[in-house]
Design a protein around this ligand. Structure first.
Ligand code: 4AD
Ligand code: MG
Length: 430
C-alpha cells in the first residue's frame, strides 16, 4: 500500500492509496459524506458512500469533527469540481484520534483569540500558505547571496554592546556581567567582511520596543549582508536585485498560495529593477507639497512613508537622511556631512521600511568621535574600532526584515501572522 502526500496525488490516479492527515471540513447528505482531509501539503476531498463502505464506517464519517486525525484509503480519481482537482473514493477509514471540540471554528474569531491559540491557528489554510511562502523567501535569500559569492557568518545572540541604540535592549544576566540580546549582527559581520569580503548573517534579533503597531515585533528575523569595497550605490544595486529575485521566486512557486491569500499579483509583477531613488530632501518636499507640516530633520511616521511609497509602483529607496537622527556607524556624505550615506527601502502599498542600510564610517578618528557623541562606551567598542585600525576599507551593508518582507509579499496586514510564534508587547504565550 502506498502512502503518498496530497501534493503528489495526481500521480496516483486510479490507484488505491492511503492518506494520513487531519479532517479540515465535512459535508454529509444521507448516504454520502464528503471529508476534506489535509496533510500539510494540500487538501483532498474524500467521498465516503454507502455503496463502498459499511453502515458503521459511514456513521463514523458522518460524525467526526474538525481536526480528527485519520487515515483514509481509497481510489484516486480526477475530479475537476473538487478542490485541488482530485477526489478519493474511500474504501477504508481509520481514526487516530476523534475530535469534537476544536476551539477554532468556521465563525469569525478576533486576533486576540487567534493569537492565544496560535499553536492551533497555524493549521488554517491561510497560515499554512504564509509559512510556506516564508520558507521560500528564506531559501531565495540564501541562494541568491550564496550565488553572489557571499559567505554565511553566524553572529552571536548574546552580546556585550548595543548596535542600534541603548533604549531597545533586552538584558539578561551573564554570570557576573550583563548581556544584551542582539539587536543586529551588523558589527560582527563588519568584522567578518574584513576576513571574507562579502558575508551575511541570518538570524533572530531582539528589540525591546514598546510599540504595538502592525509593523513591529520584539523578536524578528533579519538578514544582514555586509560587503567590503561597496559604496552606497553598489549596495542599493544589490538590494534591488535581491528583492526582485525573491519576489520572482515566490511568484514562480506559490501561485496557489498567493491566490489563497487573495494577493494582487499584478503589484508583485511590477517589482523589477531599477527601483526609484528619492533623497530625504525630496521626500520632505513631496510631503510638504501635499500639506504635511514636516520640517527638515524630522523622522517620517508611518503615514509619511505610506504617502511616499504610494507615489510609485514598486519599492522606493529614500536615501541620505539627516545624519544626526541615524546610527553612529553611518558614514556622513563627504559632499554634505549633515546627511548620512544611508537608505531605507520602503515597500509599496503601505508596508513601510523593509530594508535599512548604509555605507559605514571607515575612518578611526571619526568613528571614535561618533561613539562618544552617542554616549556609547569606547571600551565596549574597542574591538570594533580595531577594524578601522588594521586595514580599514570602504564598506556597506544592510538589514532586511523578514517579517515585513513576508507581510508585503503575502499582502498580510499585520506582521504577527508572518512568523510562527510572534513576540509582541503583550504576548509571550504560546
Ligand atoms: O533599520 P534597522 O534597525 O537596521 C539595522 O538593524 C542595521 N544594523 C541593518 C544593517 O545595516 N546591517 O533594521 C533593519 C530592518 C528594518 O528595515 C525592518 O525591516 C526590520 O529590520 N525591523 C523590524 N521588523 C520587525 N519588527 C521590528 N521591531 C523591526 N525593527 C527593524
Ligand atoms: Mg531602520
Amino acid at each position: 500500500m502506498k502512502q503518498p502526500l496530497i501534493a503528489d496525488i495526481g500521480t496516483h490516479v486510479d490507484s488505491v492509496v492511503t492518506i494520513q492527515g487531519w479532517l479540515d471540513g465535512r459535508r454529509a447528505s444521507g448516504r454520502l459524506a464528503f471529508l476534506i482531509v489535509r496533510d500539510g501539503t494540500g487538501v483532498l476531498q474524500c467521498t465516503v458512500s454507502a455503496a463502498d463502505v459499511s453502515p458503521e464506517l459511514l456513521a463514523v464519517a458522518t460524525r467526526i469533527g474538525q481536526e480528527t486525525s485519520l487515515r483514509v484509503t481509497g481510489k484516486v480519481r480526477a475530479e475537476a469540481r473538487a478542490r485541488g482537482g482530485y477526489e478519493m473514493t474511500v474504501t477504508d477509514l481509520q481514526l487516530i484520534q476523534e475530535v469534537h471540540d476544536y476551539p477554532i471554528t468556521r465563525k469569525e474569531h478576533g486576533p486576540a483569540f487567534l493569537m492565544a491559540h496560535r499553536h492551533l491557528w497555524l493549521r488554517s489554510s491561510r497560515q499554512v500558505a504564509i509559512l510556506r511562502i516564508r520558507a521560500t523567501i528564506v531559501r531565495a535569500i540564501r541562494s541568491f547571496l550564496d550565488d553572489e559569492g557571499f559567505t554565511l557568518i553566524d553572529s552571536p545572540i548574546l552580546t556585550g554592546n548595543a548596535a542600534e541604540g541603548t533604549t531597545t535592549l533586552f538584558s539578561t544576566e551573564y554570570f557576573d556581567q550583563t548581556a544584551y540580546l542582539s539587536q543586529s549582527g551588523q558589527l560582527y559581520v563588519e568584522a567578518a567582511a574584513m576576513a571574507l569580503g562579502r558575508v551575511y548573517c541570518f538570524g533572530p534579533t531582539f528589540r525591546a520596543e514598546r510599540s504595538s503597531t502592525r509593523r513591529h515585533l520584539n523578536e524578528f528575523w533579519m538578514v544582514e549582508p555586509e560587503m567590503a569595497f561597496f559604496d552606497l550605490d553598489d549596495s542599493l544595486a544589490l538590494q534591488e536585485r535581491l528583492i526582485a529575485n525573491i519576489v520572482a521566486e515566490v511568484l514562480d512557486r506559490h501561485g496557489t498560495d498567493l491566490a489563497a491569500l487573495e494577493r494582487d499579483t499584478e503589484r508583485l509583477r511590477a517589482v523589477v529593477p531599477p527601483f526609484p531613488r528619492v533623497s530625504y530632501d525630496d521626500a520632505i518636499a513631496m510631503l510638504r507639497a501635499r500639506g504635511d507640516e514636516i520640517a527638515w530633520g524630522d523622522d517620517f511616521g508611518a503615514p509619511h512613508e505610506t504617502y511616499i511609497s504610494d507615489q510609485f509602483d514598486r519599492p522606493v529607496f529614500v536615501h541620505r537622511y539627516p545624519a544626526r537622527s541615524k546610527a553612529f556607524y553611518m558614514k556622513p556624505d563627504p559632499a554634505r556631512p549633515e546627511v548620512a550615506l544611508c537608505a531605507d527601502l520602503l515597500a509599496s502599498e503601505g508596508y513601510g521600511e523593509i530594508i535599512g542600510g548604509s555605507q559605514r564610517v571607515d575612518d578611526l578618528a571619526l568613528l571614535e568621535a561618533r561613539i562618544q557623541e552617542h554616549g556609547l562606551s569606547a571600551e565596549q567598542f574597542a574591538w570594533y574600532l580595531d577594524l578601522r585600525r588594521y586595514g580599514t576599507v570602504p564598506h556597506s551593508g544592510f538589514g532586511l526584515g523578514i517579517e515585513r518582507l513576508v507581510a508585503w509579499i503575502c499582502g498580510i496586514h499585520h506582521v504577527r501572522e508572518t512568523i510562527p510564534f510572534a513576540r509582541t508587547l503583550d504576548r509571550l504565550y504560546p
